[in-house]
Ligand binder design. Structure first.
Ligand code: HEC
Ligand code: HEC
Length: 322
């Protein structure tokens, strides 16, 4: 009898050990080869991933777009990160808090400072909101680039921009001028008139854009204009302050000859619409999401142990009955 008990004990211990080994040896998803994320590409993707990748826009509007009615853009623009989250990355808390660009959609700064690149990639794959899924259009490398850009390269310029006049508050204009003459004038002209851009349905020169949308100016100065050969400040070590210096120079000296446009100012006709968060937008659903993530992570291990324990109990029971 004693030896038999010993035998059961051994069988039990062996089974548990084998189970543990099996669980430990479960194939771990191989980490992707450590590859530097391309932040400048991430910035370009944020601006216009279709132009950056050279692909056609998906048909129709981005599904989330139709949760709002204030912003009347449609088609390709509705698929751009910037249309919903803003050139200042602050969505309904920033420059898009009012006016025709208002959507009510949230910003991505500073929440992206708090999240990991993996969590941000998850958000872009629709893990928080199934309609916020870009994985059919952007591959993992592209999603990692844009997530790394959000985490490491976005800054809060609104501390440096007067929200009434839209002028840069602190900057070195002389330094801005030397940077402009060195790297921008060759294409845009010393007076900023050589290339014009579409802005609010009009064709405007660089000076007018600097006055009216300083955030767009800063983003482009740092990360270029996707699909063109424009220089990318980020790639040659230009700092955030360098960008603001160039902006200040452009605001103060480049001619703003866009007669049809109103004076630079944030459009103040605030549209009162509720915040448009995703599923995990309140405390209760937040907890539910957290629990489901935990269960998903633990589930497999618990299952293996349960099956193992069941088998052992069955074995012991059968042997004892004999
Ligand atoms: C190699 C030529 C080239 C250089 C150098 C260059 N740009 Fe550009 N830039 C372009 C082109 C091309 C466009 C896109 C025009 C268009 O949208 O059709 C552009 C667009 C822009 C825009 C975006 C306008 C919009 O549509 O929002 C800004 C702002 C801008 N440039 C600022 C600068 C600044 C500041 C510098 C210097 C740091 C600079 N550029 C240097 C070629 C250049
Ligand atoms: C049509 C509008 C729209 C577009 C386009 C869009 N988003 Fe979003 N985004 C949202 C909304 C709404 C939320 C809020 C939660 C949700 O629904 O997922 C969100 C949430 C986020 C969050 C999480 C913010 C937080 O506070 O946790 C990040 C990060 C993000 N988006 C990045 C991007 C990037 C990068 C792109 C471009 C590839 C993009 N979004 C394109 C509407 C949009």
């Amino acid at each position: 009898m004693k030896t038999r008990m010993l035998l059961y004990g051994l069988i039990f211990t062996a089974a548990v050990l084998i189970g543990l080994v099996l669980v430990a040896a479960r194939p771990v998803v191989a980490a992707p080869p450590a590859q530097e994320a391309d932040i400048a590409r991430g910035g370009a993707l944020y601006d216009n991933w279709m132009a950056a990748l050279g692909v056609e826009a998906p048909a129709g509007n981005m599904p989330i777009w139709d949760r709002q009615t204030n912003n009347t853009r449609s088609g390709p623009d509705t698929w751009r990160c910037v249309s919903c989250h803003g050139w200042d990355y602050q969505g309904n808390q920033g420059a898009y808090r009012s006016g025709t660009n208002f959507t009510g959609f949230p910003g991505v700064y500073p929440s992206s400072q708090e999240k990991s690149v993996d969590e941000l990639v998850g958000i872009l794959k629709g893990e928080q909101d199934p309609e916020h899924d870009f994985s059919a259009y952007l591959d993992d490398a592209a999603l990692t680039d844009v997530a790394t850009f959000l985490k490491d390269a976005t800054v809060d310029d609104n501390e440096f921009i007067d929200m009434t006049t839209l002028k840069v508050k602190e900057g070195d204009q002389a330094h801005g001028q030397s940077l402009y003459d060195e790297t921008c004038a060759s294409c845009h002209g010393a007076d900023g008139q050589t290339i014009t851009f579409r802005f609010e349905g009009q064709s405007v020169p660089l000076g007018a854009l600097a006055d009216r949308d300083p955030w767009r100016f800063l983003h482009k100065t740092r990360f270029g204009t996707p699909g063109t050969d424009m220089v990318v400040g980020h790639n040659f070590g230009r700092t955030a302050q360098d960008g603001r210096d160039v902006l200040l120079y452009a605001q103060d000296t480049l001619e703003d000859n866009a007669p049809g446009l109103p004076e630079p100012a944030l459009e103040q006709d605030r549209v009162e619409q509720p915040d448009r968060g995703g599923p995990a937008s309140n405390f209760f659903t937040g907890i539910l999401t957290a629990i489901s993530v935990m269960i998903a992570g633990l589930g497999l291990n618990i299952l293996i142990f349960a099956v193992l324990a069941g088998m052992i109990m069955l074995l012991v029971w059968v042997v004892r009955r004999r």
